[in-house]
Design a protein around this ligand. Structure first.
Ligand SMILES: Nc1ncnc2c1ncn2[C@@H]1O[C@H](COP(=O)(O)OP(=O)(O)OP(=O)(O)O)[C@@H](O)[C@H]1O
Length: 526
């Protein structure tokens, strides 16, 4: 970014689109070619040398369209952060409701403002492996932990984070330390809790006592329970209409005619499960066809694996995720819940089980926020989903569809007043459901794969060609920010300085050589 200061007194904010160096010594048919061929001495610095810098003219400061082009001789200045900043962004550094993120490309300590009022319109973070996506998402999370609210106040944005690779677990450790040791820049956070799968918490002594992930089927409608069971069994609802309607008929009957309050308990308690199977077998075959019953029984048996293998149904008793007040607590007390889907917190848990937990959470959130809306109680929460292609997959992604997708689509299509904001983090944007992505209004784009370029161009509503050509070449920690949270009406390229991260990012590094060396101690071949 540079400023063109015109003789008419205008200041035009411009972006360097292209720099082309010229050196007459290296042009085709240059006058020295013969001398060079003969190896004669050519004096230094006799060739004409210059650089052509092409600028995209963005806005005339403080905030209007560029009406007159600059003229030859007009000065081109580097941005002076002290004197030009307010003119560029239209706000001062202490304006409430904004967080200051990264640093303008080419400048040190030149953060850009992000408008927190636009957070409810959903956001997405893209980047291939190693592009710095989780590092900068961590910085973004930290910014959301301390938002200037005026009058010496700061607030923290409540968040639920689906942590696919353990990139955010450090926050849990950090907030467990003494309150006075916590950096004041993130102190407005009310609490941070890490939720792990119960079978891990019970087995692993280091994780014993951690909050556990639990699912309460009674919080889902009968239809949702039926779909969840069938989806878990078949990986799809296609062609399973008879099974779904059979399960709905059976469960509705048990609840309404036989007075069973809890359908959940059928899948936890062995005796009740046997009772359920008995009821199914004896059920009126005019209402559930005899041929459908064995298929339902198989789906039930498979579904019980989630209890026998992972204990997430019996964890209902102790898990906060099954309690009615959980979302109230998180939204009213500035909580951050990290759902640990990493190998450490979810060892051996397959993707269908994670999808099931996501379906449950998405249901919980959608139902609660709908209730808030009806009751006119405004609440806000960011639902951050790492590896989002596993939960909101596009048809082209080779993973069985996820029930969570339906609810997340519903969340995505709610307007800004709903208060529930999605933050989708992915390596492969083109594998994310198109409808959900089309609802995202702010994009943080790191280096992406060439296969994703045209998709990102469409999703973001277009990028200037000078930026688009960089998408596949951005270096680690560089990104393009575009969309509603960006205060300026054009995309910005920024870098994320390492020092911006308050809580250290767990290094995703390996230790190949020293491990191999240690294992083969005593075998020196050199
Ligand atoms: N802005 C930055 N400054 C300094 N180091 C960085 C920056 N961004 C990333 N790194 C480092 O680069 C490595 C990879 O970054 P990161 O884990 O964020 O990548 P990623 O895009 O999330 O990859 P993956 O999808 O595999 O998780 C990490 O060791 C991280 O600490």
């Amino acid at each position: 970014m540079v400023l063109v200061s015109t003789k008419m007194g205008a200041k035009i904010l411009s972006r360097v689109a292209k720099i082309t160096p010229f050196n007459a010594y290296y042009t085709e048919d240059d006058p020295w070619s013969e001398a060079r061929r003969k190896g004669l001495h050519i004096p230094d610095n006799i060739a004409r040398k210059y650089e052509i810098c092409e600028l995209d003219l963005l806005i005339q400061l403080p905030n209007s369209e560029v009406n007159y082009p600059p003229k030859p001789g007009d000065e081109v200045l580097k941005i002076d952060l002290e004197s030009h900043y307010e003119d560029i962004f239209g706000i001062s550094r202490d304006e409430p409701g904004y967080v200051w993120f990264g640093s303008l490309f080419g400048y040190k300590n030149a953060p850009i403002p992000l408008d927190i009022e636009k957070v409810p319109m959903h956001m997405a973070v893209f980047g291939t492996t190693g592009s710095g996506k989780s590092f900068s998402t961590g910085v973004l999370i930290e910014k959301f932990m301390c938002i200037s609210a005026g009058e010496n106040r700061a607030v923290s944005f409540p968040m639920i984070i689906i942590d696919a690779n353990g990139d955010y677990l450090e926050y849990d450790k950090y907030f467990k330390q003494a309150y006075q040791d916590i950096d004041s820049k993130i102190r407005p956070v009310g609490w941070v809790k890490r939720f792990v799968f119960p079978h891990i918490a019970y087995q692993n002594s280091e994780l014993r006592g951690e909050p556990v992930i639990g699912v309460d089927l009674d919080r889902l409608s009968v239809k949702e329970i039926a779909e969840t069971i069938v989806m878990y069994h078949k990986g799809s609802l296609d062609g399973a209409e008879l099974q779904i309607s059979g399960i709905v008929t059976l469960l509705d009957y048990l609840r309404e005619n036989e007075g069973y309050d809890s359908l959940h308990e059928f899948f936890v308690d062995d005796d009740l499960y046997d009772e359920l199977i008995g009821k199914l077998r004896n059920f009126d075959t005019k209402r559930i066809a005899a041929a459908t019953k064995p298929a339902i029984e198989r789906a039930f048996a498979k579904f019980r694996e989630i209890e026998s293998n992972y204990k997430i149904l019996s964890a209902k008793k102790e898990s906060e995720l099954t309690q009615d007040e959980f979302i109230d607590d998180i939204t009213e007390n500035g909580g951050i819940a990290i759902i640990d889907f990493s190998e450490e917190g979810a060892t051996g848990v397959d993707i269908q089980v994670k999808q099931l937990v996501m379906t449950y959470l998405a249901n919980l959130l959608f139902n609660k926020f709908s209730k808030y809306k009806i009751e006119n109680r405004t609440r806000y929460l960011i639902f951050l989903i790492e590896e989002a292609q596993n939960f909101i997959p596009d048809k082209s992604y080779p993973i069985s569809s996820s029930l969570a997708k339906n609810k997340l689509s519903l969340i995505a299509t709610q307007g800004r007043k709903f208060g529930l904001s999605l933050c989708i983090v992915t390596q492969r944007p083109s594998f994310i459901d198109k409808i959900v992505l089309s609802m995202c209004n702010t994009f943080f784009i790191h280096r992406i794969s060439p296969d994703d370029v045209s998709y990102v161009r469409t999703a973001t509503g277009g990028l200037p060609s000078s930026l688009e050509t960089r998408l596949t070449r951005l270096t680690q920690g560089h990104m393009i920010v575009t969309g509603q949270m960006n205060k300026l009406p054009f995309p910005l390229m920024i870098s994320i300085p390492k020092a911006d991260r308050i809580v250290p990012h767990p290094m995703g590094t390996t230790d190949v050589i020293s491990t191999l060396k240690k294992l083969r101690e005593g075998f020196d071949y050199i």
